[in-house]
Design a protein around this ligand. Structure first.
Ligand code: ADP
Ligand code: MG
Length: 825
């Protein structure tokens, strides 16, 4: 009993912490807005004197766009424009628009976390009405779970369900197959038989005929119908890979999906992964000369354009998961549409899981739409009776409720979470609670899946649970449409996901947890009805669903830093960015900001043309600032050190670990990597790598030093590739031999825009964005904050934290980036 209550205590602590931090987070958001507005008025300490010039035509176009977007301010209108810098006169109208958008996104979250008194009158009223309506619904509908169920549970569960989540069943998503079809679908024998049961199989001949007839084809079909795994195989069988040894490319928005699907297809074809079927993701190429079916991330195909602008080695390009509208996919749309015009032999397939295919068809000059009839059973959708204060806790309770009240044989559970950290937390709490329950309940196999999960563990989610046990898959929105997991009967949807958000005024990009769109919620629910009638439990009310969720997710291109893609487009010789064929054009401000950033980095000249530096930077599959640091390392004679640091930064954030029972040792080990004078985290990363190399890349050394071996292996891999790229841009390997000043200068040459200055209260002020930021507690400089720093990135948790921080001498800013910084007199 003592153990049990201890475990419960710990869980309570965790959820309380989560609730508090979320509250604090929303609070800081509010304050920050006020802060930013004030900053607009305050004089700028540093000036951006240069500014680049757009051609007269570009200028006109940009102005037209700005007008269309309603972004032109009065002083803009009276301004004849040429050569002025736009940035410090960024119209407030934009900000207002951005804020409204953010406000809307957060309305659900806030409503859930704010105290009821804090709600405004209107919302509160709506809630009362809503509650009354819900009460009525509860009486009307059969309760599947919740209060009436409580009596049925044995005493042993009482503690567990102290505050169970109550659901209201309110609608059914109609399926497309009769319920008795269930038995027939279970009878799968071999992999090849399994392939034949997929909906796309029946349409194979029609599909191939359509592909033969049309150059561009839009393919639409429910998730799991076989689009991703089957269509490239059909193309291979039909000879598209035979002629002149051309390949079929199939892009995926996520690396895990590309890898996992390639593995599956290799298995179905009975070949070794990397031979006929391979994949290519950033820093990992698993293909060979034999490869004819190549799964790749959309970002990788974009990079291939740089080396092969006509994609001459491909006969078919499948842009899969087009509905996701990732940044790279959107850019690919414009590029492939263009090359299709002068490569009549190239076939283009745009494949999507949503029904709204007309938009794709319109973009591709009215390309025909090929529909694969879906196969889905009815899904009963349940909503919570009242908003849940803590969705993590509600999710855990719901999973356990389902597990103990529904027979294990009935089917598996899929829970959608926002990211790795959250998945690991839930996994741990679930394990604790299951230990407490011991043998009283059936076994629950926990399968996490997220982007950085090691390949060995990725396959586990597809393995059926052992006899008598049940599987619960904890997934990010990768399981929404990219991966289909068979046997899921219950979906638990907290209604959140991580979204990238970008403020072009400050140039800040951050990942935020935000409510999903209605379209995503429907996709998630649909995942429960694949092999039989399913049930979806939404951890929010139906009122929230109907009134607070956006209909669709905003395309990533409209909420991203575009510096990377602008550099890629410029490298491809596409100079007229405003005239580029975007399906949904990005905000003019985002384009301008990207141009300005690249100009500041020296990648573009004042006419917006690519420079030699820019051309070299484009070779590296890294953020432009990091690429710039590498290119600049030539000048400071420290390319060896800088690529090591770049590799460590790219290998992931989990370099160190801190076991609970050895925290003191771990912290001491970590401090030891900081150079004398404690100049910063970049140098510490360099020291870790070099020490590991001296140990002969030893795993033993990693354990003793509290360093993650897996991260180090990856860093070594990435470093190897960066060495090859250095050679390609003709930068000789050179070492500064202990001159850490040189290394720090090279880093500053990339990151000078991320300079921050210590304030009297111990916080920092970002020089460029004038935001208040803090040193991340994990940073080595946190104990003795230097007056000036550069940081690698900002992460937003309870505060805006700088991660990977290095000390800076302010005179370096003027020396390294004289076009950007001026001494203030
Ligand atoms: P779609 O692209 O239309 O959503 P897929 O081709 O991804 O459909 O999936 C077709 C079938 O292949 C599904 O039943 C799915 O379960 C199975 N499948 C896909 N990837 C894997 C994998 N890595 N392991 C096992 N089965 C898989
Ligand atoms: Mg697919």
């Amino acid at each position: 009993l003592a153990r049990r209550s201890e475990a419960m205590d710990r869980n309570d602590d965790a959820s309380e912490l989560r609730r508090l931090s979320r509250h604090a987070y929303l609070q800081t958001r509010k304050e920050k807005k006020v802060d930013e507005l004030r900053d607009e008025i305050v004089d700028h300490e540093f000036l951006f004197p240069g500014g680049f010039q757009l051609s007269a035509a570009e200028e006109r176009d940009m102005r037209r766009k700005k007008e269309v977007y309603g972004l032109v301010q009065d002083r803009d209108k009276n301004n004849d424009g040429a050569g002025d810098d736009y940035y410090y006169r960024m119209p407030e109208a934009y900000d207002a628009a951005a804020n409204i958008d953010q406000e809307k996104r957060f309305s659900v979250a806030r409503r859930r976390y704010e105290e009821p008194e804090a709600r405004d009158g209107k919302t509160a009223k709506a809630f009362t009405e809503q509650e009354a309506w819900e009460e009525q619904q509860i009486r009307k509908s059969m309760l599947q779970l919740g209060s009436t169920d409580r009596g049925r549970r044995g005493d042993e569960y009482e503690l567990l369900f102290d505050d169970g989540v109550e659901f209201v069943r309110s609608s059914v998503m109609a399926g497309t197959v009769p319920d008795d079809a269930e038995a027939a679908m279970d009878a799968k024998a071999t992999l090849q038989d399994e392939r034949k049961t997929l909906p796309v199989y029946k349409l194979k001949d029609d599909l191939l005929k359509a592909i033969d007839e049309y150059q561009v084809l839009i393919i639409v079909g429910e998730t799991g119908s076989g689009k991703t795994t089957q269509i490239p195989q059909y193309l291979h069988e039909a000879g598209y890979t035979a002629k002149g040894k051309k390949k079929v490319a199939c892009t995926q928005p996520r690396r895990v999906a590309a890898m996992s699907v390639a593995a599956r297809v290799a298995e179905e074809m009975g070949v070794k992964l990397g031979h006929e079927v391979g994949y290519s993701v950033r820093f990992e190429d698993c293909t060979s000369d034999k490869t004819v079916i190549k799964y790749m991330t959309d970002g990788m195909l974009l990079r291939e354009f740089l080396g092969e602008p006509d994609l001459g080695s491909y006969s078919v390009v499948v842009i899969d998961e087009a509905h996701e509208r990732t940044l790279s996919t959107d850019i690919l749309f414009g590029l492939v549409k263009d090359i299709a015009r002068f490569r009549p032999d190239l076939k283009l397939l745009i494949s999507s899981a949503t029904l709204n295919a007309e938009k794709f068809s319109d973009f591709f000059d009215s390309a025909p739409i090929f529909r694969i009839p879906g196969r889905r059973f009815d899904v009963a959708v349940h909503y919570t009776k009242a908003p849940e204060a803590d969705y993590i806790d509600a999710a855990i309770v719901t999973v356990l409720q389902l597990h103990v009240t529904e027979p294990a044989a009935s089917g598996d559970i899929l829970l959608f979470l926002t990211g790795q950290e959250e998945i690991e937390t839930v996994e741990e709490i679930l394990r604790q609670r299951l230990r407490v329950l011991g043998g009283k309940v059936a076994e629950l196999v926990i399968c996490p899946i997220y982007a950085n999960l090691p390949t060995e563990l990725q396959a586990k989610i597809f393995e059926p649970a052992p006899e008598g046990a049940r599987k619960v898959v904890l997934a990010t929105n990768i399981a929404e449409t990219s991966l289909t997991i068979d046997g899921i009967k219950y979906v638990v949807d907290p209604g959140f996901c991580k979204v990238k958000s970008y403020n072009p005024r400050t140039g800040m990009e951050s990942l935020l947890v935000a409510p999903v769109s209605k379209a995503s919620a429907e996709q998630r629910a649909g995942r429960s009805g694949r092999t039989g009638p399913g049930k979806c439990f939404r951890l929010y009310t139906e009122y929230n669903f109907l009134n607070d969720l956006d209909a669709d997710t905003v395309p990533e291109i409209q909420r991203s830093n575009l510096a990377n893609v602008v550099l890629a487009l410029k490298t491809l010789g596409i100079n007229d960015l405003v005239g580029f064929d975007f399906m949904d054009p990005p905000a003019a401000e985002s384009l301008l900001k990207a141009l300005e950033e690249l100009f500041a980095l020296g990648a573009l000249n004042s006419r917006g043309e690519l420079t030699k530096t820019g051309r070299r930077m484009a070779e590296f599959p890294l953020d432009p600032m990091l690429s710039k640091a590498i290119v600049a390392s030539e000048k400071y004679g420290c390319s060896e050190e800088v690529i090591t640091i770049a590799a460590m930064l790219s290998a992931g954030n989990a370099v160190f670990y801190r076991p609970k029972d050895k925290q003191v040792h771990a912290d001491a080990a970590r401090r030891a990597f900081h150079a004398a004078g404690n100049v910063g985290d970049h140098v510490a990363l360099l020291n870790v790598y070099n020490a590991w190399r001296e140990s002969g890349y030893s795993a033993q050394w990693c354990r003793e030093s509290f360093v993650q071996h897996r991260t180090m292996r990856r860093a070594r891999d990435v470093r190897g590739q960066l060495v090859a790229l250095l050679e390609r841009v003709e930068i000789a390997p050179c070492s500064a031999a202990g001159d850490l000043g040189a290394v720090r200068k090279a880093i500053t040459a990339g990151y000078f825009r991320h300079a921050a200055r210590l304030q009297r209260d111990g916080s920092y002020r970002a020089v460029k964005s004038r935001q208040t930021v803090f040193v991340h507690p994990s940073s080595g400089v946190a104990q003795a904050p230097p007056r000036w720093v550069v940081y690698h990135e900002l992460v937003l948790t309870t505060k805006e934290y700088m991660r990977q921080v290095t000390e800076l001498k302010p005179e370096w800013l003027v020396e390294i980036a004289p076009h950007y910084y001026e001494r203030k007199d």
